[in-house]
Design a binder for this molecule. Structure first.
Ligand code: GLC
Ligand code: CA
Length: 533
């Protein structure tokens, strides 16, 4: 049982704290709200909760602009609330992972105030300050991820500071050893409080080109893409030296028992896997976003799974993600029917899986009228904002969904059409499917820790096997809406679960029949199912 770490067997659930549960009527979710919903997460069957940032922040980027790494923003509660939350999570067997945002602080962080105060300040070098270009203007052509130049001029000291995101989010200088030491202390502060690990924000950004060379143009840039895509981020991110920084972070985490380090990384697979580090000295899990970025077809998905499996370094543990607070929701990307297939895919793949809150009930993006827009990216570049994927969790069918007694910070979906309570009562709901998939994963080592073998695609059907010492499962997923038949690899098979939640027991002889938008998990070999805990 202990051959694998908890985070290898486990499934992670991402909570966007502003939108999970409000406990005091201010319309914004908080830590006490999360605490009250812990039993929901236990019933769902996940193993760990990752909280997006909860630290003191002016909220220019909703908590990804941190003014104090070692506190809790009053909007979310207090350190005591945090201690209560983690205590009660642990008492239920749930792990708690925090968001660590080391690439930048808020402009309101005292470190930045010092750094900005003069060129001679000891913390000047904790941030990235450069002289104007020879003819004036920004030091180079780098672009902010939210549009516009990645440099802002500071009149008083006559230099520009770098910000990969908002100008309110100045980038820290990870080449400075004092800054590195201060950030290690931040990690220890939370590890000492019992957190089970970190999801590290934009970890591939931490080190920039030492010479600050211009980024080259992106030949694939086209209309409709955000401005950041105009250039290839060759010099502003993904520098080899970042692996040294990550090795140090990993050493801090390894100073504690059983903690996990996850890195947020948007890079092609061959670069992504470099973040396992030499000799696996990097992050335990470089977040794998391939399912978010790929076209939704059996062939494309099958190919990317095989490519990813092949690219993993020896001992590197895989992971898969279907959605997060920066991306369109899966139900919007593929539609309600295929979202069930996507759930089965995610929860039967090999490796650690991350579920984004709300996806377990099939929540789709909620259109947010312009005057209610919150995301700063939406204001800079309309149409690219992330508010629609961050709307409050609809717990019941009341207008504010049981999320708040006040005015929600973002509008909710039509809660009469989709909410947790209704799905709790419906044995065929998306929520029921997630519970069944998570229970199946827990019960079958073949799914939790077994091997993966692609079976290729037949038309719209993707199939693969998962195998443990004592059993072999076949997962077959119909990415199309028409019924299909495929040949079964074995002679006899027993259905364990269908996305339609109406199929179990011995399968008839002959080809496997799948309905449109149906996925199934079968046990191959056909022995009667042994009772399992
Ligand atoms: C990460 C976060 C995103 C944030 C950005 C800047 O990509 O996931 O929400 O805006 O970093 O911190
Ligand atoms: Ca609140």
């Amino acid at each position: 049982m202990q051959s694998h770490a908890w985070w290898q067997r486990g499934v992670i659930y991402q909570v966007y704290p502003r939108s999970f549960q409000d406990s005091n009527g201010d319309g914004i979710g908080d830590l006490e709200g999360v605490r009250r919903r812990l039993d929901y997460l236990v019933r769902l069957g996940v193993d760990a909760v990752w909280l997006s940032p909860i630290f003191p922040s002016p909220m220019a980027d909703f908590g990804y602009d941190i003014a104090d790494y070692c506190g809790v923003d009053p909007i979310f509660g207090t350190l005591e609330d945090f201690d209560r939350l983690i205590g009660q999570a642990h008492a239920r067997g749930l792990k708690l992972i925090l968001d660590f945002v080391p690439n930048h602080t808020s402009e309101a962080h005292p470190w930045f105030a010092e750094s900005r105060s003069s060129r001679a300040n000891p913390k000047r070098d904790w941030y990235i300050w450069r002289d104007p270009a020879p003819g004036g203007g920004p030091p180079n052509n780098w672009i902010s991820n939210f549009g516009g130049s990645a440099w802002t001029f500071d009149e008083a000291s006559g230099q520009y500071y770098h910000h990969a995101f908002l100008e309110q989010q100045p980038d820290l200088n990870w080449r400075n050893p004092e800054l590195r030491a201060a950030m290690a202390d931040v990690m220890r502060f939370w590890l000492d409080r019992g957190v089970d690990g970190f999801r590290v924000d934009v970890i591939w950004h931490l080190i920039k080109d030492a010479q600050f060379r211009d980024n080259p143009p992106n030949p694939a840039f086209g209309p409709g893409q955000p401005e950041i895509s105009r250039l290839l981020q060759v010099h502003s991110a993904d520098q080899d030296e970042v692996l040294d920084v990550i090795r140090e972070m990993r050493a801090v985490v390894d100073g504690y028992e059983d903690r996990v380090l996850i890195g947020e990384i948007y890079l092609p697979v061959e670069r992504l896997v470099a973040y396992y580090g030499p000799g696996l000295s990097g992050v335990h899990l470089p977040f794998n976003f391939q399912l978010i970025l790929a076209p939704w077809s059996a062939r494309a998905i099958g190919r990317l799974i095989d490519e990813y499996e092949r690219a993993l370094p020896p001992g590197g543990w895989p992971n898969w993600v279907l959605g997060n607070h920066d991306q369109k929701r899966i139900a919007t990307r593929v539609g309600a029917a295929q979202a069930r297939v996507a759930a089965m895919l995610l929860l039967t793949l090999r490796g650690t899986l991350t579920i984004y809150y709300g996806d377990e009930i099939g929540l789709a993006d909620v259109p947010v009228p312009r005057e209610l827009a919150q995301d700063p990216w939406e204001r800079n570049e309309p149409g690219h904002g992330r508010d629609p994927a961050r709307t409050p969790m609809p717990w019941d069918d009341s207008p504010t969904g049981g999320f708040t007694s006040g005015r929600p910070w973002l509008p909710l979906n039509d809660t009469t059409a989709l909410n947790v309570a209704a799905q709790e009562a419906d044995p065929r709901s998306m929520l029921a499917l997630h519970r069944a998939l998570l229970a199946l994963r827990r019960a079958h080592p073949a799914l939790a820790i077994g091997g993966y073998q692609g079976e290729g695609t037949t038309g719209d059907v993707l199939a693969f096997r998962r195998r443990s010492e004592d059993e072999e499962l076949l997962v077959a997923l119909n990415f199309g809406s028409s019924p299909v038949e495929i040949a079964l690899p074995g002679a006899r098979a027993e259905a364990l679960l269908s996305t339609h939640l109406d199929r179990s027991g011995p399968e008839p002889a002959g080809p496997l029949r799948l309905r449109g938008d149906e996925g199934v998990v079968l046990r191959l070999g056909g022995e009667p199912q042994a009772a399992r805990a």
